[in-house]
Design a protein around this ligand. Structure first.
Ligand code: F6R
Length: 599
């Protein structure tokens, strides 16, 4: 995901400060990078597609020219337009008076662009961001002072943004935010702006977090934050403890909660440019056209649940598929020559999964890395890569990466299945980010969690594509709350686990639609209700499960393959709030690590 750094007061070290800052933002993931240095007469920009090393190389011959002492830098994770030099940030106006870096999405950019183009401003990139320098330039052309011109531009933007702006001849970085984090770093004779503290942490630990709608003018020896009307806003200066993992929660108490709330955006990124609803098609640009006769999905933990879901979706689209725990794959039937073996791993570094995928490769199977991590070992070693594009996940408990894996597996299934694409599923995927937002905005999970925070155990049930989500609901809860939780296929309860069910063991059931599978799950719900267990039903309102439930957590109606993703959000929130009520260290559960690199 994108990163921003800006600084003023660093003198000859300006360029170095920007590049170092960008390196600190490396963990966020990006596909191009650039810097702009502003001097008395103009703004100089160097930007490059690819990794930072490409930018550093491009800068090597330019150090003489880049002598400005106010600067901004950016790492870009493409949204509007491919990762090219032209689309990389900073973006400038035609005369090189203004440079802008931006995180977020400007939703009204097309109308602004049309308006500016009609007025004679010409564009050189495909990005939404490029409207901003032109808006500033138009205001300058109209006689506005630099700060007023930047404010005027910002006031015309709709959508989300964290912006860093420099204007030639002005010894200040301007910054503005809405729905995208931005923080000021307050140093000694130098000040900073960044999307996250690590970008300038080596220079200062004094920070000010900007709030939505605020605007900042940052000079070498002073800084001022104002609201949208230009009135000064008082801000507390925070002192950051030296622990980079404690930074960047954007106001959330835990990374996990932040990452749960980032899901609409993560899913949008995962879908960007990959679904064409008009043509009813999935296009995985970086992916070859494959028609496997069978698919093996190898994974561990949460990713294994994604694999079980993926196998269900592939199977229902006519592609025989099976999920395996990667660490058990050695004893499974070896893949045949025509099998496609997919390693599902958000980190791309999980030793068990790597080892299983390597074994499959040695046996001659064609392999795919379905991962969040560009350049991870799995991504490098497999024949093909399908990136889930979730953005960095810092909380140990996987949340948004699981959701993104399920989306990527849907895309894979639509892409490789015989018989073409499914317009309804594609439309449901398109609507998914908005539907997840609806769940986040309206969920009663916190209330439900509070009621059951002292339960003896928690059970999760689901059928078909809801089954892996029941498994995941239980795993999430046990990981972060340390309470006993189990997930079951709904039909399996009566074959044994029902003996555990009491009035002190709430059963969370996910059931949507009105087909036979839903009716059968409702039958299983009645079985636990008859044994006095409290029932929490996650449903789309089309079932009659509410009649047997103590609580209902609602989700919007959608395609049967997509509904489990929405149910999962309710389960994530239940887990989070149970753990929070119990005072657990949610982001760093005991004994667990983010990336498990031993077998
Ligand atoms: C649970 C969790 C783990 C991982 C597992 C595999 O919240 O995150 O169960 O899913 O360790 O990790 P990856 O996906 O990196 O292979």
């Amino acid at each position: 995901m994108c990163g921003i750094i800006g600084c003023t007061g660093r003198g000859e070290a300006t360029l170095e400060t920007l590049v170092d800052g960008l390196r600190k933002l490396d963990y966020r993931g990006y596909d191009s990078a650039g810097v702009a240095l502003s001097g008395a007469t103009g703004v100089d920009v160097v930007k490059k597609a690819g990794k930072l090393d490409a930018l550093v190389e491009a800068l090597s011959g330019e150090r003489e020219r880049l002598d400005g002492t106010v600067g901004i830098g950016h790492t870009r994770w493409s949204t509007h337009g491919a990762p090219t030099d032209a689309n990389a940030h900073p973006h400038t106006d035609a005369d090189g008076r203004v440079a802008v870096v931006h995180n977020g999405i400007i939703e009204n950019y097309q109308s602004l662009r049309d308006e500016l183009a009609d007025a004679g401003y010409s564009f050189v990139s495909e990005t939404d961001t490029e409207v901003v320098p032109h808006l500033v330039a138009r205001a300058l052309d109209g006689g506005a002072e630099p700060e007023a011109a930047v404010r005027e531009a910002v006031s015309q933007l709709e959508g989300s943004y964290a912006l860093g702006v420099v204007v030639a001849g002005v010894d200040a970085v301007f910054a503005a935010r809405r729905d995208s984090p931005l923080v000021l770093g307050l140093g000694d004779g130098a000040n900073y702006v960044a999307s996250d503290v690590p970008a300038f942490r080596e220079h200062t630990d004094h920070v000010v977090y900007l709030e939505d709608g605020e605007f900042a003018r940052v000079e070498a020896d002073s800084w001022v934050v104002t609201d949208a009307d230009g009135d000064p806003v008082d801000h507390e200066v925070h002192v950051v403890e030296w622990d980079p993992e404690d930074t960047g929660k954007s106001g959330y108490e835990h990374f996990m909660l932040k990452e749960i709330h980032e899901q609409p955006r993560a899913l949008r990124q995962g879908l960007q440019g990959r679904v064409d609803e008009m043509r009813g098609e999935v296009t995985l640009e970086e992916f070859p056209s494959l028609s496997p006769s069978r698919v093996h999905l190898l994974a561990c933990g949460t990713s294994y649940h994604a694999a079980v879901y993926g196998a269900h979706v592939l199977h229902s689209r006519g592609v025989p598929a099976q999920a395996f725990y990667a660490h058990e794959y050695a004893s499974a039937t070896p893949p045949t020559d025509d099998a496609l073996v997919v390693g599902v791993s958000q980190s791309g570094e999980t030793a068990d999964t790597l080892s299983a995928v390597r074994a499959a490769r040695r046996r001659g199977a064609e392999t795919v890395a379905l991962t969040n991590t560009v350049e991870s070992t799995m991504a490098r070693e497999c024949d093909h890569r399908l990136y889930i594009r979730s953005g960095p996940e810092i909380g140990v408990a996987a949340t948004k990466t699981f959701a993104s894996q399920l989306v990527a597996l849907n895309l894979l299934a639509l892409d490789v299945a015989p018989g073409g694409d499914d317009r309804e599923a594609i439309a449901a995927l398109r609507d998914l980010p908005g539907d997840v937002q609806t769940v986040l905005d309206s969920s009663r999970a916190a209330e439900v969690a509070r009621e059951y925070a002292d339960a003896d155990a928690y059970f999760f049930i689901g059928r078909g594509p809801h089954y892996p989500v029941a498994l995941e609901g239980a795993l999430k809860l046990k990981e972060i709350s340390y309470e006993h939780a189990e997930g079951f296929a709904a039909g399996e309860l009566k074959h044994g686990p029902l003996a555990l069910v009491t009035e002190r063991t709430p059963v969370f059931a996910t059931v949507t639609g009105e087909d036979q599978s839903a009716r059968k799950t409702i039958g299983n719900v009645k079985e636990v209700e008859a044994r006095d267990a409290p029932v929490v039903a996650v449903t789309d309102g089309r079932t009659e499960v509410e009649r047997y439930a103590d609580h209902v957590l609602e989700i919007p109606e959608t395609h049967p393959h997509v509904a489990p993703l929405l149910a999962n959000v309710q389960f994530q929130l239940v887990s989070y709030y149970v753990a929070n009520d119990l005072g657990r260290p949610i982001d760093k559960p005991r004994h667990l690590a983010k990336s498990v690199t031993v077998e």
